[in-house]
Design a protein around this ligand. Structure first.
Ligand code: CAO
Length: 420
């Protein structure tokens, strides 16, 4: 079996082109024309095919290397190569022709061939279509934060990025230039750190929500005195042990009830068909504070759970998030989100809707308030809530009714019913 060298072919004007992907492994059996490596210049990327079939013996190239015509890619053990020695001259011509065709293809179409999911830093995974789309909008795909698996860039990421880079002045689109009058170090010592990965991923989604959705936030207060008494009196029927559930489990149950009563809150807008999608399931999102940043996993079919099960599911899911063991799919497919800061503190805030959902319920920390009832001053437990909703789908009156309904669900007449 002959050992032959596979070299980088003629790439025309392309010099010092970066290897962004090695597509074969040592010991791998490959066919003629199988792609060996992907090269990427600032204009395009191209896969280099094998000139022979055989077994990859030794790879001489790494991701990140800069290569030119004639550089050694790998050694290939090939039976067919031995037979073909005589025809080498013709072969060379064919290879050159093939490389020439590739070159023309690159120049003419500027077509970018899909790059690998694992890339060295400084390069980005994106399909040829997305790269082309980004280029057409004047964006460099390398600068765009990708929200897909492995940081892959989607069309939506490109749009969000471009939107974040421009302002519209008198109908003219202008590139945003963030220029501070002074730099931070002019005022003292500073430290530069990378934005954590989770925050980088959630950033474009938050910008999209903030800039695209007309938010209205309705604040309200719910008297949860009886609910709280009931919560602290929950015992396991068999073991007699106290059941520890936080108010959030009750709030989740009440929210499901409200979603059934107000289907507009369990909906999404389909911008392509200009329609409203009504969801028949009740998968609630919960904002979870983790050391890596905010995550919003979904708990599925909350309508089929009792308070205790919701409490357990909440603990399990938030643990998975904090240990970065949560499945990516669990961040999608929600009905509505609850963002509870009740365990930390504070009252009202303006939660940002998590698209494609159309509403989010913010929950603050409950507090005691003295109120006059039947001429008596008594202490009641008050829960502050802040409901943000998409005004394109939900009217103010409906938002207010939703809050009133939630108040009833968590109020003295209904809290007990929620537990079953
Ligand atoms: N009022 C008063 N006390 C509350 C409360 C409320 N609304 N909500 C929770 N508490 C209490 C709990 O009962 C618990 O008390 P004990 O320690 O005595 O049992 C304590 O506060 C801590 O609760 P918790 O926060 O651990 O649990 P939770 O079920 O309420 O919340 C979770 C779980 C995962 C949502 C929460 O841990 C978390 O990460 N919250 C932050 C969410 C966030 O960052 N939101 C902002 C997103 S930006 O829009």
């Amino acid at each position: 079996m002959a050992s032959i060298k596979i070299l980088v072919p003629d790439m025309g004007d392309f010099k010092d082109v970066e290897v962004i992907e090695v597509l074969v492994k040592e010991g791998q059996q490959i066919k003629k024309n199988d792609s060996l490596i992907t090269l990427e210049s600032d204009k395009s990327s191209v896969e280099v095919p094998s000139t022979h079939e055989g077994v990859v013996d030794k790879i001489n190239i790494k991701v990140g290397n800069k290569v030119n015509q004639g550089d050694l890619i790998l050694y290939l053990k090939s039976e067919s190569a031995a037979k073909e020695t005589k025809a080498t001259v013709n072969k060379d011509k064919k290879i050159k022709k093939k490389a020439e065709v590739k070159k023309q293809e690159i120049i003419k179409q500027k077509k970018i061939i899909q790059s690998a999911p694992t890339l060295k830093s400084g390069t980005k995974a994106a399909s040829p279509k997305i790269r082309k789309f980004a280029r057409e909008l004047g964006a460099n795909v390398i600068e765009i934060p990708g929200t897909q698996r492995g940081g892959r860039v989607s069309e939506e990421d490109v749009k969000n990025f471009v939107r974040s880079q421009v302002t519209v002045n008198d109908g003219k689109v202008q590139k945003k230039v963030h220029k501070e009058e002074y730099s931070h170090e002019d005022f003292g010592e500073i430290e530069l750190k990378d934005i954590p990965r989770v925050k980088k991923l959630s950033g474009p989604q938050l910008v999209r929500s903030w800039t695209e959705i007309p938010h209205v936030t309705q604040h309200d207060e719910i008297d949860v005195t009886e609910m709280e008494q009931f919560r602290s009196s929950l015992y396991d029927y068999y073991s007699g042990e106290l059941i520890k559930v936080t108010p959030l489990a009750f709030i989740a149950k009440a929210l499901v009830s409200a979603l059934k009563e107000f289907p507009n809150f369990n909906a999404s807008i389909d911008p392509n068909q200009n329609k409203i999608i009504y969801k028949k399931y009740f998968h609630l999102g919960f904002a979870v504070d983790t050391p890596h940043g905010l995550m919003v996993p979904k708990i599925r079919d909350v309508d089929q759970m009792n308070i205790k099960q919701i409490g357990e599911e909440l603990k399990k899911t938030s643990k998975l998030c904090r240990e970065l063991k949560i499945d990516k799919k669990d961040f999608f497919g929600g009905s509505m989100t609850i963002s509870s800061l009740g365990g930390i503190g504070g009252t009202f805030f303006t939660p940002i809707i998590n698209p494609p959902e159309v509403a989010i319920l913010g929950v603050g920390k409950s507090f005691d308030r003295l109120v006059k009832i039947n001429n008596k001053i008594i202490s009641r437990k008050i829960l502050p809530i802040s409901l943000s909703y998409d005004h394109r789908i939900i009217d103010g009156a409906e938002g207010a009714r939703f809050c009133v309904y939630l108040g009833k669900c968590l109020g003295k007449d209904f809290a007990f019913k929620l537990a079953v």
